[in-house]
Design a protein around this ligand. Structure first.
Ligand code: SAM
Length: 288
């Protein structure tokens, strides 16, 4: 477990993932009934952009740095408000250049009756996460394997909410492990919303994963992807995607407005692009 998110916090992939996560949480709030957010690979929750790790890579400059420096048109602003409000609130609270991870975004956007489970396997990171959230009794922090937790903690007693699975893809078998954990969780809780993050790196592995999902007999699977550069051996992370199972109504339409704008803003070379399509349901449109 060498991956430390502090080096990558606020990069283009975080902007993509966190803005969509924030929208999904906002949709859950359209009904008064409480819900639960389960984050299986939570990280440390809050990242210092002036700290050594973030400064070393400077990745945030081509991510949240570009967003905060942009003129944002009103239709995009409306879609980014939940995400940007999480950042502003955290900065105001800490009084310096910090960036919220997925747990902090969930914490900021959820209401008094909503609950959160944050799982992190790395012992030191789990401890940091527990320290960050010690003041919020709505959140439970677990030092545990996120894939075990994905299955063990669903369905939540609220019977509403989302599970975000955001692994670092360090392990060779990360895709099959994630696939199995997701399918097991889905079988126990087929009405939950699931967000599965994947890197645009190895297209063969990703394709196998997509085919497995499309053939899993799950009625509604939306895929959103944002690529910022050409995929080459040297490129590293060229983009990232989210599989959204049981997406909120209207999310696909919203992403078809948001992603072209993010695409224009975050592109790094002419290999950039975006897509929003259905792997299952709503008029399957994607060539696998
Ligand atoms: C991409 S980072 C998470 C970032 C976080 N979700 C966010 O958006 O702010 C992945 C995290 O998963 C942790 N991790 C790796 N393997 C894990 C596992 N099997 N179960 C739980 N956490 C794991 C890593 O220590 C790392 O903090």
């Amino acid at each position: 477990m060498n991956y430390r998110h502090a080096y990558h916090a606020g990069n283009f992939a975080d902007v993509f993932k966190h803005s969509i996560l924030a929208l999904c949480i906002e949709h859950l709030k359209s009904k008064p009934a409480p819900f639960r957010v389960i984050d299986t690979h939570a990280g440390i929750g809050v990242y210092d952009l002036s700290g050594e790790a973030a400064q070393k890579t400077g990745e945030w400059k081509d991510g949240i740095g570009r967003v905060l420096g942009a003129q944002i048109p009103p239709d995009i602003k409306a879609l980014l408000t939940p995400y940007l409000s999480s950042i502003e609130a955290l900065k105001a609270f800490k009084g310096r250049d910090v960036y919220p991870g997925s747990p902090e975004i969930a914490r900021h956007l959820t209401r008094g009756e909503d609950r959160m489970i944050f799982v992190e396997k790395h012992p030191q990171d789990a401890k940091k996460l527990a320290d960050v959230f010690s003041f919020d009794g709505r959140a439970k922090i677990l030092e545990l394997d996120g894939y075990v937790a994905a299955k063990a903690y669903v369905p939540p007693k609220e019977r509403r909410g989302l599970v975000i699975i955001d692994p670092p893809y360090e392990e060779r078998d990360e895709y099959p492990t994630m696939f199995t954990a997701f399918v097991d969780a889905y079988r126990k809780w087929p009405t939950g919303m699931y967000l599965l993050w994947y890197p645009v790196k190895n297209r063969e592995e990703t394709k196998r994963f997509m085919v497995g999902l499309a053939e899993a007999g799950i009625p509604k699977i939306l895929r959103a992807e944002l690529r910022v550069k050409r995929l080459t051996e040297q490129a590293g992370l060229a983009g990232s995607g989210l599989i959204i199972v049981n997406p909120p109504w209207k999310l696909a339409d919203e992403l078809r407005v948001l992603l072209p704008w993010l695409d224009g803003l975050l592109q790094q070379d002419d290999g950039h692009g975006w897509n929003v399509d259905w792997l299952a349901g709503e008029g399957v449109s994607s060539p696998l």
